[in-house]
Design a binder for this molecule. Structure first.
Ligand SMILES: N[C@@H](CCC(=O)N[C@@H](CS)C(=O)NCC(=O)O)C(=O)O
Length: 211
């Protein structure tokens, strides 16, 4: 099957980069989907009906027919295996699949504790260690910058879900006070993703809009 019978429902918050990660991939795959806004600011994600979808009370969540799934990276894997018949976005070759998984782990690790955490401080006033978040992000971007000197995308010459997973919070890094100016290869890679057919940008925070 390459398309769902009914639009996939994406529960999201417009300023959530994890939500955008899924929206971006749905759009790149040209899948029909509808957005359901979850009002994080008023606690809708901790309401009983939402907790039945994701007991951790976090967006994004998708509903695809009878399947309910939480966690942005898990959703990317699901969508790739279920709907990308070409296998391009999550290649089945064991070594390539493992390399994709490495970046998914980084998306849930250094990217989450780096750029994402820094932005949680600046945009949402989270009480996290901003300096530590910036240090984690800086280490990650130094590695990425070097990696992208010889690779067009994160795993070889074609985009995979590794790129989708790393894209959003990297593009949003300046909102967290992390400049991407020093990273020429990284910025060129962001531009390559933004040029992909079906790319959708994420809504910027009021902080970024004012800058
Ligand atoms: N590992 C999760 C993290 C999702 C996440 O952190 N979501 C945030 C919004 S970006 C959220 O719902 N935060 C509300 C909360 O944790 O209470 C994923 O990849 O989907």
């Amino acid at each position: 099957m390459t398309s769902p019978d009914r639009p996939i429902r994406l529960y999201r918050y417009p300023l959530s980069g994890h939500s955008h990660r899924v929206e971006l991939f749905l759009s790149l795959l040209r899948l029909p989907f509808e957005l359901v806004e979850v009002d994080l600011l008023n606690g809708a994600h901790k309401a009983p009906d939402f907790l039945t979808k994701n007991p951790f009370g976090q967006v994004p969540v998708i509903e695809d027919g009878d399947t309910t799934l939480a966690d942005s990276n898990a959703i990317l894997v699901y969508l790739a295996i279920r709907y990308d018949a070409s296998g391009r976005w999550l290649p089945r070759n064991p070594v390539v699949a493992a390399r994709v998984q490495q970046w998914l782990s980084i998306a849930a690790g250094q990217l989450a504790y780096g750029s994402n955490a820094a932005r949680l401080v600046t945009v949402f006033g989270a009480r996290l260690d901003h300096a530590r978040a910036i240090a984690i992000a800086t280490e990650l971007y130094a590695v990425l910058e070097q990696h992208l000197a010889t690779s067009r995308f994160l795993v070889g010459g074609e985009p995979t879900i590794a790129d989708v997973a790393i894209y959003t919070y990297t593009a949003l890094a300046p909102e967290g006070g992390i400049s991407l100016e020093p990273y020429r290869n990284l910025r060129a890679w962001l531009a390559r993703i933004e040029a992909l057919p079906g790319f959708v940008p994420m809504q910027r925070s009021p902080l970024a809009a004012a800058a």
